[in-house]
Design a protein around this ligand. Sequence first.
Ligand code: TRP
Length: 342
Amino acid sequence: MQHYLSRASEKPIVLTGDRPTGPLHLGHYVGSLRSRLSLQENYQQFVLIADLQALTDNAENPGKVTGNVLEVALDYLAVGIDPAQTTICIQSQMPELAELSMYLLNLVTVAQLERNPTVKDEIRQRGFRRNIPAGFLTYPVSQAADITAFKARYVPVGEDQLPMIEQTNELVRKFNRSYGDVLPEVEAILSRVSRLPGVDGKTKMSKSLGNAIPLCAEPDEIHRAVERMYTDSGHLRVSDPGKVEGNVVFMYLDAFEENTALVDELKAHYRRGGLGDGTLKQMLEVRLQEMLAPIRERRHQLAHDPGQVMDILREGSEVARQVAARTLAEVRHALGLEYFCR
Ligand code: TRP
């Protein structure tokens, strides 16, 4: 424990989170899981299972959130997030985060919240119209609290999270101007592929849109997903020249095939004509199968002992809570909320 805390001060702090509303998918993998794997060695990394944030649009169904905390943790461990290097914690088990949200909420206007483009998209997708839960509209503030309570300097995220980082920094500046320098500004670490479309080619990959490939997908599920992937509707015969832009199979090859020379060659061949969608999809499927097989196997093994996984989450949450509590002590001091201190 001591070891953890002293190490925290040496390395720059990185934090990310995920909403536990279902198992994680390939979009999470390219957007941030992959970066977390490479960051965990050289940074003090916190990964937050954001159950409070997930409740902001699942209030009537908390079981959907609580029931997926373990699933998300299994995904983390299966892809190789190492609890010896990364502190995995659960948002709701750190009340300091909710407290910091309360202070930050006073530093943003409703109009500013309504301008967040990611939240706007989500409101449209969820069909809230005029009935937006206040918690949902304000979740970027709660996310800013997640980030700043740990004094994170870097946040590895997909493109859709950039507005959150911007809003976090606005809050940080406002907080520091109002109460004194306490919270650090943060920087996004954008992954090489920061936005993966769903298999239908529409919008981003998302479980709720039914266009996702979960990390724990079985081989036949992967096969079916690749089979229904959108390519180029004008590419009718193998000999026809095909379009690479907007072609989902190529976007996935860009994201998952490390041999970029091979991908370039395939693109040239496809554009010229003579490369069929079936052949192309088969290559992608082989790559995805080989990438997901070890993750799936490891996940199956870990799932045999959920108690051990929950122990990791409990310990992580305890360690993380101490870090957040130190920041909150500074925050309360800055605001003068120390009535009973000697
Ligand atoms: N909003 C993020 C998502 O939907 C999840 C999240 C919660 C997060 N808290 C965070 C991301 C803190 C980065 C930092 O994926």
